[in-house]
Design a protein around this ligand. Structure first.
Ligand code: CP
Length: 294
């Protein structure tokens, strides 16, 4: 039984194992294969989510697990109960694993040291979002055959992005080359030296152009002066998308701020893998749940 807290700690062999198993689940003809029939999984979301929350639930149900959904807004967290007490409560009731999304970074690690059940990180602050990066890497592997040697540009609000961090750790281990592109006030100083920053024109010369959401809810006031100005300087506009190389693909973890970091018409254009990313999230999360529980 194994937790998945981040990709920084995961070996290349382990990442390859998860991607291989995701491919196995992706190929299954039957939607319901109940290998986790007697297992109870709680989805504990202390921060809002659509994709991660529902693709975990889809993955759990496809594997036949019993699912307990917890949303902070409808719980005793509203009365002041702590994250730790909430997870211990669910553990006392007999869950076999917890899928946890948290607003603060770093708390999940402490939590995992105090509880016995495996925990899966569904996004913790700006620290890591390992299953997002795994589904991103799985999507790249499906598209290009292998991840090794790919040039990946991650563009936008790097500072607040757990997706950028998990992809950086994972992609580098898998032999891809990662470059960042961001406004000066959205860079992540602690990642200096881990990836080179390039300007937008250089960033577009890549196999994968990964756009990030401008995370307004995590911004200090005034960080984004003008959405139109951001789009002009760092957005994947229709004009920029038209200049991409023939094999270049566009990714975005979503939710998307249409016409800010990416133009409306580009989101569902031929080069965009944004919806396939969501589709691939299900088999990837099936592989992660199986690893935690079997
Ligand atoms: N990509 C992602 O994590 O989306 P949600 O916040 O909707 O889960």
């Amino acid at each position: 039984e194994r937790s998945l807290l981040g990709l920084k700690e995961l070996s290349r062999t382990e990442i390859e194992g998860i991607l291989q198993r995701a491919s196995y689940w992706d190929k299954q003809e039957y939607k319901l294969i109940p290998v986790l029939q007697s297992r109870f999984v709680s989805n504990m979301f202390f921060e809002n989510s659509t994709r991660t929350r529902f693709s975990f639930e889809m993955a759990e149900k496809r594997l036949g697990a019993q699912v307990l959904n917890f949303a902070a807004a409808a719980s005793s967290v509203e009365k002041g109960e702590s994250i730790y007490d909430t997870v211990r409560t669910l553990e006392s009731m007999g869950i076999d694993a917890g899928v946890v999304r948290l607003k603060p970074a770093g708390v999940l690690q402490q939590l995992a040291e105090k509880v016995r059940v495996p925990l899966i990180n569904a996004g913790d602050g700006n620290n890591e979002h390992p299953t997002q990066a795994l589904l991103d890497m799985y999507t790249m592997q499906k598209t290009f055959g292998e991840i090794k040697g790919l040039q990946v540009s991650i563009i936008g609000d790097i500072m607040h992005s757990r997706v950028a961090r998990s992809n950086l750790w994972g992609l580098t281990k898998m032999g891809a080359s990662v470059r960042f592109c961001a406004p000066d006030n959205m860079r992540a100083p602690e990642l200096d030296g881990e990836a080179r920053y390039v300007d937008i024109d250089e960033a577009l010369k890549a196999d994968v152009v990964m756009m990030l959401r401008v995370q307004l809810e995590r911004h200090a006031s005034g960080m984004l002066k003008s959405a139109e100005e951001y789009r002009r300087q760092f957005g994947l506009t229709e004009e920029r998308a038209a200049r991409l190389g023939s094999r270049t693909v566009i990714m975005h973890p979503a939710p998307v701020n249409r016409n800010v970091e990416i133009d409306d018409a580009v989101v569902e254009s031929a080069k965009s893998l944004i919806f396939p990313q969501m589709e691939n999230g299900v088999p990837v999360r099936m592989a992660v749940l199986e690893r935690a529980l079997l």
